[in-house]
Design a protein around this ligand. Structure first.
Ligand code: FES
Length: 575
């Protein structure tokens, strides 16, 4: 192997082998932890960056799994050190985990840089943890393998399967419309999350872990294994064994990541009918690798990639079914002709070698390009005078009737106003209205919360209305559905055209022609622009201020400007 390293090449040697005062400190303190000299002598130090915490419900098993990873590292002749990182526990963390994705990325990068580390195992899965961990690891550039938390088991209620998120929204609307009882609702609450693991719909978590696999960061099929399955335990220990060899092989993210590997990731995203959030995260990860991905690129690939996976919220089944159906490897083998199978992966083999021979066992769950769910990918980019820098819609989760639609805008300036109004029986809205929420973008939210699936007004729900055109500069949960136009850029908070819409304006969504337009003349828009007054800053100190001053817009990945690119950062001095 041309890049094979020797013990004297290890980065950690600078800490452990230097025969000076500092070397004494490093060795004596490692001995203080109970390690013997043989534990580190000549061995790669493997950081296990673990996002477990008591509040991270999707990662409840990762404390245990870290022990399995360690077992693998020891077996392969490495020295494992678990380094906890911030957990971004979706649901609990406010205002939104997206505010902290870049903080996790910074923490990951700096943990790896500042400690004696030769390679790393990244442990996460809940939504923003995957991109956060990978962005940091890409920027640091040490060999890195990803251990996805894995999806939780299928939920159950009244003999029916329950899907994370998707069925929460569905039954919440049923409760609001008076079609289920409070007791039903309580039973659903107890049945929907039955085990550790990430949301088991094709939400952001499984979309991003599948993308991590397509990029080459996981062992084959790792993204599909349910969290409680014993195969997940074995995948963790195998990842521990594998990372040690990756260090010796000097198999870094830079060697794996190319424009072609990101194209593979986008193809898998489209075939999955994956989360709209992925557009932001993939752009951010690619920029960390020095690859610019304009939204048009997603559009180009989406038009040539069929939608293949019948999972909620776009389809019918859940992640456990996906695993039994053949999982990520089955999907990728089935769409092999669309992938660049020469892309190098963490196994040291190509993507093509990793997936060779994998089979699809349940064709109703995983289709092939010869028999797709739909001939095109489900994520579409629209532009127009309302979204000059683009907006995104997941067409596979939308009512096809609404994909070409003109309606009267009902505009909400913030979340509280919107949530009050949708419960108002006198709200001046009908099924054709277009609901607009603004000031919910990267700066306005702040952090671009998942508010983009605006609730259907209660009075319309009672009339049986199930979907409406909704537009915002927010994101939406990957488990959500509906005709929701998201990520409108530039956002209203920085003066994008969304800030200028008024209730009563006509708005046209035209997905076949990729347009989103406001029927207001340029002159009138200019007048409104002059009259527009910016909102006061959200933060005047702390991390929030750092975020506000540096975050990019949705079409640019929402990374901090100073973290993008591949400029090398100096190694720390060891003294
Ligand atoms: Fe963690 Fe959905 S809440 S993945």
């Amino acid at each position: 192997m041309e890049h094979r390293k020797k013990p004297e090449d290890l980065r950690s040697r600078r800490w452990f082998e230097s025969q000076d005062l500092r070397g004494f400190g490093h060795r004596s303190r490692a001995l203080q932890l109970g390690y013997a000299r043989e534990d580190w002598k000549g061995k790669p130090v493997i950081a296990i960056i673990n996002t477990w915490s008591d509040i991270s419900h999707c990662h409840g098993h990762l404390r245990e799994r870290a022990q399995d990873v360690k077992r693998g590292v020891w077996q392969a002749g490495g020295f494992p050190l678990e380094l906890p990182a911030i957990s971004l526990a979706e649901v609990f963390q406010k205002p939104t985990t997206m505010l902290y994705r870049n903080l996790l990325a910074m923490e990951t990068e700096e943990l790896l840089r500042s400690y004696p580390v030769d390679g790393c195992v990244l442990m996460g899965g809940c939504d923003k943890t995957t991109p956060g961990l990978l962005m940091g690891a890409i920027s640091m550039g040490l060999p890195a393998i990803y251990v996805p938390a894995g999806p939780m088991l299928i939920g159950r209620w009244a003999g029916k399967p329950l899907g994370s998120g998707s069925d929460v929204w569905k039954y919440w609307d049923e409760l609001r419309a008076g079609r289920i009882t409070q007791r039903d609702w309580n039973d659903i609450e107890e049945g929907i999350a039955r085990s550790p693991g990430t949301c088991m719909t094709m939400g952001t978590a499984s979309t991003m872990t599948s993308i991590a696999e397509a990029l080459g960061f996981t062992l084959p099929n790792a993204a599909a294994i349910p969290a409680p399955d014993s195969n997940h335990v074995r995948m963790a220990s195998m990842s521990g064994r594998r990372i040690v060899d990756m260090v010796w092989e000097d198999l870094t993210p830079r060697r794996m990541l190319t424009a072609a590997s990101f194209d593979n990731a986008i193809r898998v995203l489209m075939a999955l009918g994956g989360s709209t959030n992925a557009l932001i995260h993939v752009v951010a990860m690619a920029r960390r690798a020095g690859i610019d991905l304009p939204l048009e690129h997603f559009e180009t690939i989406g038009r040539k990639t069929p939608y293949l996976v019948n999972l909620r919220p776009s389809g019918e089944y859940l992640m456990e079914d996906f695993y039994y159906a053949g999982g990520t490897v089955g999907l990728m083998e089935g769409m092999r002709a669309l992938l660049d199978t020469d892309a190098l992966t963490c196994t040291g083999q190509t993507l093509g070698e990793n997936i060779a021979g994998a089979r699809i066992h349940l064709p109703e769950v995983i289709r092939t390009p010869a028999d797709p769910m739909k001939p095109e990918g489900g994520l579409v980019v629209v532009r127009g005078n309302l979204a000059p820098d683009g907006a995104v819609i997941k067409t596979t989760a939308a009512d096809p009737r609404l994909l070409q639609h003109t309606g009267r805008a009902i505009v909400f300036d913030n979340y509280d106003a919107m949530s009050k109004a949708v419960e108002d029986p006198d709200l001046d809205a009908d099924a054709d209205s277009v609901l607009i929420l603004r000031n919910a973008g990267p700066l306005g939210g702040p952090g671009m919360p998942e508010w983009g699936m605006l609730p259907i007004p209660r009075k319309l729900l009672k009339q049986g209305v199930k979907d409406m055109v909704r537009i915002s500069d927010a994101r939406m949960s990957g488990t959500s559905y509906g005709t929701c136009v998201l990520h409108v850029a530039p956002e209203a908070y920085v003066g994008g055209p969304l800030a200028l819409v008024r209730t009563g304006d006509l708005v046209t969504l035209d997905v076949p022609n990729r347009r989103l337009d406001l029927a207001v003349s340029d002159d009138e828009l200019e007048k409104r622009r002059v009259a527009w007054k910016p909102l006061p800053p959200r933060y005047v100190r702390g991390y929030g201020q750092l975020f506000s001053q540096n975050v990019t817009q949705a079409n640019e990945g929402c990374d901090f400007r100073f973290l993008e690119g591949t400029e090398p950062t100096a190694e720390p001095e060891i003294h």
